[in-house]
Design a protein around this ligand. Structure first.
Ligand SMILES: Nc1ncnc2c1ncn2[C@@H]1O[C@H](COP(=O)(O)OP(=O)(O)O)[C@@H](O)[C@H]1O
Ligand SMILES: [Mg+2]
Length: 658
């Protein structure tokens, strides 16, 4: 089960102007939410990695401290040293032994630091890799369950970008920045606390650098963030431009618009260049600024600390106010100077980390948006299994409209009612855009009706499980899609257990067998994207074979033979006849001869069912069907004025009796 999303605030910098904005969890800290859900299984790796990071970072503080100790004892006074936290009795007394102990500690801190660094990388990478893997798989699963209209409104590339870019963004942040963040906090905090503990008075001077560097980083992030957004949106524009052009390369070539397109790409690329340059000029000022701040702290520490040491040794007569007393030695000063120089690098990363966090948070929001939104079409709570199906299909006063971006929902189907007896063959005809495909998609619940009911064997399709409903319906789409794989795999799609004989029989019924055996590797030929390119008619036949193999109780053929020639269509019809005879079948057709022998023909026009009857009845009625028929048999002039009007953008309705 998924937990409720945690509510919080938008990231600083405001929303990005990308098209997935609506998908984001609008409130709520997405990272916390994802961490809470997907981090749980990775707790051990996370804890081990984090602890190793902390200890290995603290080990970095040791060498500079030991150097200070060595300077104070062996290199100047020759007195034995003492170590914090270590009882004096444990330390050897002889100077050489003490020296060797010091070297041993130095080496030990390095070895420990390196070992823990390895443990850290190992555990931490394991954590972030498993995390991103689980997030991606779950996001894919959630995406796949979204209703069809979700995909209507988006380009494939956009959805892909969540599963790729956003998940990778998250992974990148977890692997690098998050880990670095922990180590920066402990490095900077550790050095600051160590200095304050060793000599709080002098410690104040270098630790003042920390807030100064923090402030500089904050200002930097504030400035750079909008510029990065600019960069991102110009990258997006450039990408869509390129994608669009490549997709339409045939059109570009045939209209010889190469120059125009190059010009457009140049414009987009220029926009990207400008945005990047703007960001770069801001960024390159940042590092020198940090250096100056650090140098100021370093110099001040050197000045005050150095004077202090000199005053202690009597080199100068007047001690400074406040910064005086026996607490400071030359060795300690060296330790301090070494630490204060080392603030600059982590603080430089700090700006980057804040920046990465913002990207990751934005990515996380899109992922959470995907994970947390319920699919619009889903099983009802008490959904039942649709068992064996006789094949009665009833549309009862069905109205439907697609949701559009503009919010204006144009009615696509209006009050459509009809009843189909089990085993009937129904022809569905009407002008392009009349709503035929939409009507059939409602039967499979690709979309849900706005009002009215679609019933199968008397049961509302919304009251049965999606899975059982779709199992009983075979659909051959207007634009058949073949997956990359063999012809056989494509025909047996969804039925991995089908035998070669099953596949071949289905192909024969669909009129596909003949051309398939002529392919290079027959049924084993790879087709689909990157595979052998099949013609539109061949793809349709493979797709029909796929539906035949499924052996559904209700078969829908959506202009399934529109791309094959008349002769081949006749062959396919002939072989499908037996199949269609024993089940309910809907055939959408442009070529009226295809459905001439149907038990009933439904005539759709502009979202309404305008006529219904057999071929002969409809001809006698002399309505839209009769007109369309006359046009198809060659009497072009039969097309009424109003029809041409509407095709030209007018709104007069054909076949409207009232
Ligand atoms: N996915 C969609 N989103 C929005 N509008 C759509 C979608 N699919 C079809 N339409 C619109 O719905 C109407 C009916 O389309 P459709 O059912 O495909 O007609 P037909 O199959 O009869 O040609 C058309 O005006 C079309 O523009
Ligand atoms: Mg259609």
């Amino acid at each position: 089960m998924r937990v409720e999303s945690v509510r919080g605030a938008m990231p600083p910098g405001g929303p990005d102007d990308d098209e997935f904005e609506e998908l984001r969890a609008d409130e709520g800290n997405a990272m916390v939410r994802l961490f809470d859900e997907y981090g749980r299984g990775q707790r051990l790796r996370f804890a081990v990695g984090g602890a190793a990071s902390v200890v290995s970072t603290l080990m970095e503080l040791v060498p500079a401290f030991l150097l200070g100790v060595a300077i104070d004892s062996f290199f100047s006074s020759g007195r034995p040293f003492r170590l914090p936290f270590v009882p004096e009795a444990w330390l050897p007394a002889a100077p050489l032994e003490q020296f060797l102990l010091l070297i041993g500690l130095l080496a030990g801190s390095h070895v420990l630091g390196a070992t823990l660094g390895w443990v850290n990388s190992w555990a931490w990478n394991g954590f972030s890799q498993h995390f991103q893997h689980e997030v991606r798989v779950d996001a894919y699963d959630a995406m796949q369950r979204r209703e069809l209209s979700f995909f209507d409104d988006r380009q494939t590339g956009e959805v892909m970008s969540i599963l790729n870019n956003d998940v990778n963004q998250l992974e990148g942040f977890l692997t690098n920045s998050f880990n670095q963040g922990i180590s920066i906090v402990f490095r900077v905090g550790g050095m600051g606390l160590a200095m304050l503990w060793l000599n709080w008075k002098l410690g104040i001077v270098p630790t003042l650098i920390i807030p100064a560097l923090g402030l500089a980083s904050y200002v930097f992030v504030k400035r750079i963030h909008p510029k990065y957004q600019e960069v991102r949106s110009s990258v997006g524009k450039l990408n869509s431009q390129l994608e669009n052009n490549l997709g339409g390369i045939e059109v570009v070539k045939s209209y010889t618009t190469e120059e125009v397109e190059t010009g457009r790409v140049e414009d987009s690329s220029r926009e990207y260049l400008d945005a990047q340059w703007d960001a770069i000029t801001t960024r390159i000022k940042f590092w020198p600024t940090l250096r100056l701040v650090t140098a100021a702290g370093y110099t001040a520490t050197f000045l005050i600390g150095g004077y202090w040491v000199m005053a202690e040794r009597g080199v100068v007569a007047e001690p400074l106010p406040f910064f005086n007393g026996p607490g400071l030695t030359a060795g300690l000063l060296v330790t301090f100077l070494s630490y204060s120089r080392r603030f600059v690098y982590p603080m430089r990363q700090f700006g980057q980390i804040v920046n990465d966090y913002q990207y990751a948070e934005a990515a996380g929001e899109r992922i959470v948006g995907l994970l947390d939104t319920d699919p619009g079409v889903t099983d009802a709570r008490e959904a039942v299994e649709l068992e064996t199906v006789a094949g009665r299909v009833t549309y009862d006063d069905v109205s439907f409209s697609y949701e559009t971006d503009e919010g204006g929902d144009e009615q696509v189907l209006q009050n459509v009612s009809f009843d189909v007896e089990p085993g009937e063959m129904v022809g569905l005809v009407g002008p392009t855009g009349a709503g035929k495909t939409t009507l059939m998609k409602l039967l499979m619940r690709m979309y849900d009706v706005d009002s009215g009911e679609v019933r199968v064997d008397g049961t509302d399709v919304r009251e049965v499980t999606l899975r059982s409903l779709r199992e009983h319906v075979g659909y051959v789409s207007q634009e058949p899609y073949l997956f990359y794989g063999t012809v056989k795999e494509n025909i047996a799609y969804g039925h991995p257990d089908a035998t070669d004989e099953d596949v071949e029989a289905a192909a024969k019924a669909a009129g596909a067998h003949e051309f398939v055996v002529d392919l290079k590797d027959g049924y084993e030929t790879k087709v689909g994207e990157r595979g052998v390119k099949l013609s539109g008619g061949q793809r349709q036949r493979v797709s029909i074979a796929r539906a035949v193999l499924k052996d559904p109780d209700i078969l829908i053929l959506d202009e399934a033979t529109s791309h094959v020639d008349n002769e081949t269509e006749a062959v396919i019809q002939n072989s499908l006849e037996d199949l269609i005879a024993e089940r309910t079948a809907f055939a959408i057709a442009h070529r009226l001869s295809t459905v001439r022998h149907a038990d009933t023909i439904l005539v759709m026009d502009d979202g309404e069912l305008v006529e219904q009857g057999t071929h002969d009845e409809l001809l006698r009625a002399d309505g839209l069907y009769a007109t369309l028929w006359r046009v198809q048999v060659g009497e072009v002039d039969a097309l009424p004025e109003e029809f041409l009007d509407r095709a030209a953008g007018g709104s007069a309705r054909v076949g409207d009796d009232d």
